[in-house]
Design a protein around this ligand. Structure first.
Ligand code: ADP
Length: 395
């Protein structure tokens, strides 16, 4: 029987599988292994540095490798809980969910909505269930935080059959938006239930969420992660008429997919790189394409903050997170430029220091930089599921 007083210290293995990578973290003691370039000369590193690895081609092999590595580390004890990040939960999965064969099959079924991500998530999940058969496996979905979007936000302007067939806005980065909005309430010393927040997760992928009382009411990514803000290599919003035009002019579907998902955004616009640091460096020495990319990046953030303030009927806080949101001082000031009319007043010294509250004390809107920690939230979600089961079995 699990002692529920002990729950916050329960070691959780957090599993995050990408299309060609696998990150596994045991927390506590915060030992992690990241395997990248699966099938293309895989590399591995732990939080302490590079780890030798033979070429590993599949998630199953990567999971075995990662677990073997963790088992050899001092302080290891076999986890009773495993938290899995799963990208797409469709409309079915609104909560962290204990994985059984039926849940596995449902995640498999959702692969039609997330053909790059869900199959990788699922393969890692299956491997982990085989390797740790006595642990409780909990799936935490990237879409779940947005599962309560009102229909005015999730419907596209299509006949009803399309949404009934799953073609609607889902939104992603939910775990991150949930984590940073909860942290923001703590930082503000106010209940989350009173707050209207815009959360900006700006990493390689980028998305915004409008969060009222802890509930996501709108978000910029849509049916896929391609919609919305400018990203590292994704175009974000684009007129679908342009897509029709390109298809009619002979661009094939795969080339279009490569263009919009991998050859656009900061990288495509600047011709430099998908990394904000490189684009800034190019702009600083006068590269006009790099400057254009930065202008579009900031302008979309500004428009989205304004739109979400209108959607929420007011604004209490703006949160920056993700590699760019946490580190790029200029992005934060450019995104907020001209938003004084909404009551946003950035403190430039605090912004340059870059942690916690970065608005002035008299700003009506509190601007915050919050380091995201999706693994911590996945671990907490898994512990909460176990605590719930323990309560039920004790009742
Ligand atoms: P992912 O979305 O892949 O998890 P991250 O959230 O780590 O990525 O964000 C990665 C991006 O953050 C990089 O591509 C880079 O553009 C940006 N970034 C990281 N560090 C800095 C920095 N010091 N200054 C500006 N941008 C940074």
């Amino acid at each position: 029987m699990v002692d529920s007083h002990d729950m916050t210290r329960t070691g959780v293995l957090v599993v995050n599988a990408g299309s060609s990578s696998l990150k596994v973290k045991l927390t506590p003691p915060d030992h992690s292994v990241l395997v990248e370039r699966l099938g293309h000369g895989a590399t591995a590193r732990s939080e302490a540095g590079p780890v030798p690895i033979a070429d590993v081609g599949t998630q199953t092999q990567a999971m075995r490798f990662a677990l073997d590595h963790l088992r050899a580390r001092p302080g290891y004890s076999e986890p009773r809980l495993v938290g899995h990040r799963v990208v797409h939960g469709g409309t079915e999965f609104r909560q962290p969910t204990v994985v059984d064969d039926a849940v596995e099959a449902a995640i498999d079924g959702l692969a039609r909505l997330a053909p790059l991500h869900n199959p990788a998530n699922l393969e890692a999940l299956r491997a982990a269930r085989r390797l740790l058969p006595d642990a409780l496996h909990v799936a935490v979905f990237d879409t779940a935080f947005h599962a309560g979007l009102p229909r005015r936000a999730y419907l596209y302007g299509l006949p009803p059959g399309y949404a009934a067939d799953g073609m609607r806005r889902y939104g992603f980065h939910g775990t991150s938006h949930e984590y940073v909005t909860a942290r923001a309430a703590t930082l503000l010393g106010r209940p989350l239930s009173e707050l209207r927040l815009v959360s900006l997760h700006l990493g390689n992928g980028a998305s915004a969420a409008a969060v009222v009382g802890g509930v996501s009411v709108d978000t910029s990514m849509g049916f896929t992660p391609l919609e919305g803000l400018l990203m590292g290599t994704r175009s974000g919003d684009i007129d679908p008429g342009l897509v029709i035009h390109l298809l009619r002019s002979g661009t094939d579907v795969d080339a279009l997919d490569r263009l919009l998902n991998h050859g656009s955004g900061l990288k495509g616009m600047s011709g430099v790189s998908n990394d904000m640091r490189d684009v800034r460096a190019a702009a600083a020495v006068g590269d006009d394409d790099a400057r254009a990319a930065l202008e579009v990046f900031a302008y979309r953030l500004r428009k989205t903050i304004g739109a979400y303030a209108a959607a929420m009927g007011g604004l209490d806080g703006v949160l920056f997170t993700g590699g760019i949101g946490e580190n790029d001082v200029a992005t934060r000031s450019e995104a907020l430029d001209g938003l004084g009319f909404l009551g946003v007043r950035l403190d430039h010294e605090r912004n340059a220091a870059g942690a916690g509250i970065i608005s002035t004390d008299d700003s009506a809107v509190t601007v915050m930089v919050i380091r995201t920690d999706e693994e911590a939230l996945i671990a907490d979600d898994a512990r909460a599921v176990l605590a719930g089961l323990t309560r039920e079995s004790n009742a």
